[in-house]
Design a protein around this ligand. Structure first.
Ligand code: GLN
Length: 500
């Protein structure tokens, strides 16, 4: 059921929020041991929050759209009073002392939190295998990965263990698992959603976003969590002057865009879609290529104007990301030293061991290999003598990549782009763990989006001959998530027969 369908059923008293929460909790008990999509299940909170929603209904008060809807939160996002591990042993017993702003906003709308989703350690990974709490499985094929790093979120939504999940996306972590699990994933514009309470990986790329079963569900949740937050200086109000998120505003906004692109009876008018040629290369996976080309053809049949465009610096995006990201990681993760944050091997006060030793031993013991690899790489790229050659150079190329997008959107006059989300459908567990570079190549289509800071939505659009989902990525202008929702909504319905 979609959020709106559940909302109606709650209002009509066909189901109660409590029954619904109990249903999901028992599904989690039954199915999660196979998938490992949750690190923590918050049964007590869920029941209590569901009862609150039922009280609102019983008293005849206005029911917020998300009230009573069972959801889950990736374990890199702070949830007050609940264990928040970031998929790492170093935070195994860490209880978040406050809520992330996005979670706070969901709670104000009546969130029913089922639990915390498993993920790659500190959101570093593309397969869900880097979690200290065990690999996550793809619900379509349990020998395959669900993608990463928000693999638990995508697997949970695909397997109906939660209606939607908050994830985070630094280089593809929402869109890639959404594509692998046949669900919808949104990476908002950098700054659209507050990062306050998101455990930082690479702060200039990180964004909180949504994984859901439909474009409409993702849009509803995004409209609740977006907006300026005093606690995150990089956050902005998408439309100035409007603060509260009434359903009315949601409807109004919708019709504005519907008017602009004249989307009537699922037909597009005045909509220009760019197809960046750098995303369609010789030797690419044939099934992915045919699914994406099919979507483009369909959009054209529905009235969109399609133009080939060029983002010439695309080939450098992965290299730029894998220099700047570890640099930021090395700074952000310095706080997990066994003193300020995290498990500690020894107490330097009682054992008489030096402070530096406490740091070293704690980090050696409780951080995983991929996290250590990135800290080391980032420390190197920021060190004297190498800073100019690597970090500074990468920042300069980052500007060129952003300008590519400015050029196609402003001079090329396209309203959005269509690309594949991933180079292949979900791969086998263990297939890429031995070679980090092969794993990094998974991010080739998603990373440029974070480098430029634009929004992107992955929607399921087909299946491979093995029955594995394949996603397409709709990329928008800065802060024009709305266009992606409207177009995604139409396309999703066309391809809905391919849904889980
Ligand atoms: N897979 C990418 C990485 O390992 C992206 C991760 C993310 O978006 N958090 O860095």
């Amino acid at each position: 059921m979609t959020i709106n369908q559940i909302h109606q059923k709650l209002l009509n008293k066909q189901i109660s929020a409590l029954e619904l929460a109990q249903d999901y909790l028992s599904r989690i008990k039954k199915i999660n041991p196979e998938l490992n999509a949750f690190i923590t299940v918050t049964e007590k909170e869920a029941i209590e929050q569901a009862k609150n929603a039922d009280n609102i209904i019983a008293q005849g008060q206005e029911l917020p759209i998300l009230a009573g809807i069972p959801a889950s939160i990736k374990d890199v996002i702070m949830t007050k009073g609940v264990k928040t591990t970031a998929g790492s042993k170093i935070l195994e017993n860490y209880i978040a002392p406050y809520d992330a702003t996005a979670v706070k906003k969901l709670k104000e709308q009546g969130l029913v939190m089922l639990g915390k989703n498993n993920c790659d350690e500190f959101a570093m990974g593309s397969s869900g295998e880097n979690s200290a709490y065990g690999a996550i499985k793809n619900p379509y094929d349990k020998e395959r990965v669900p993608g990463g790093s928000s693999g638990g979120s995508a697997a949970a939504v695909a397997a109906d263990l939660s209606v939607y999940s908050l994830g985070s996306d630094t280089g593809g972590s929402i869109r890639q698992p959404a594509a692998f699990c046949g669900v919808v994933g949104l990476k908002p514009t950098y700054g659209a959603v507050s990062r306050f309470g998101l455990i930082a990986m690479a702060s200039s790329f990180d964004q909180i976003g949504v994984i859901g079963k439909s474009v409409e569900d993702v849009e509803i949740v995004f409209n609740v969590i977006k907006g300026k937050d005093e606690l995150d200086a990089t956050s902005v109000e998408i439309r100035s002057g409007i603060k509260s998120e009434s359903p009315l505003r949601f409807e109004n906004q919708k019709s504005e865009i519907l008017n602009k692109f004249k989307i009537q009876n699922s037909k597009f008018k005045n909509l220009r879609i760019g197809v960046p040629k750098e995303y369609f290369v010789k030797g690419m996976n044939k099934e992915v290529e045919s699914v994406v080309k099919n979507v483009i053809k369909k959009a054209e049949e529905l009235g969109a104007e399609v133009a080939e465009v060029s983002l010439p610096h695309t080939e450098y995006a992965l290299a730029v990301y894998y220099i700047i990201m570890p640099s930021e990681v090395s700074a952000n993760l310095a706080r997990y030293d066994g003193i300020r944050y995290g498990e500690s091997v020894i107490s330097h006060q009682t054992s008489g061991v030096g402070l530096i030793d406490v740091y070293k031993k704690t980090r050696a013991k409780f951080l995983g290999d991929e996290v250590k690899r990135r800290i080391m790489l980032g420390t190197y790229t920021l060190s004297a003598g190498y800073y100019e050659a690597y970090y500074k150079k990468a920042q300069q190329v980052r500007t060129l990549i952003r300008q590519d997008f400015e050029r196609v959107f402003n001079q090329g006059k396209v309203d959005m782009l269509i690309t594949p989300t991933t180079p292949t459908p979900a791969f086998k567990l263990g297939e890429k763990t031995a070679d980090p570079l092969t794993m990094y190549l998974e991010d080739v289509f998603t990373v440029p989006i974070n480098v430029a800071g634009v929004p992107a939505l992955s929607i399921p659009a087909g299946k491979s001959k093995d029955g594995l989902p394949i996603g397409v990525q709709l990329v928008g202008k800065w802060f024009e998530e709305e266009v992606l929702f409207r177009v995604g909504d139409v396309l999703e319905k066309v391809f809905s027969s391919t849904h889980f």
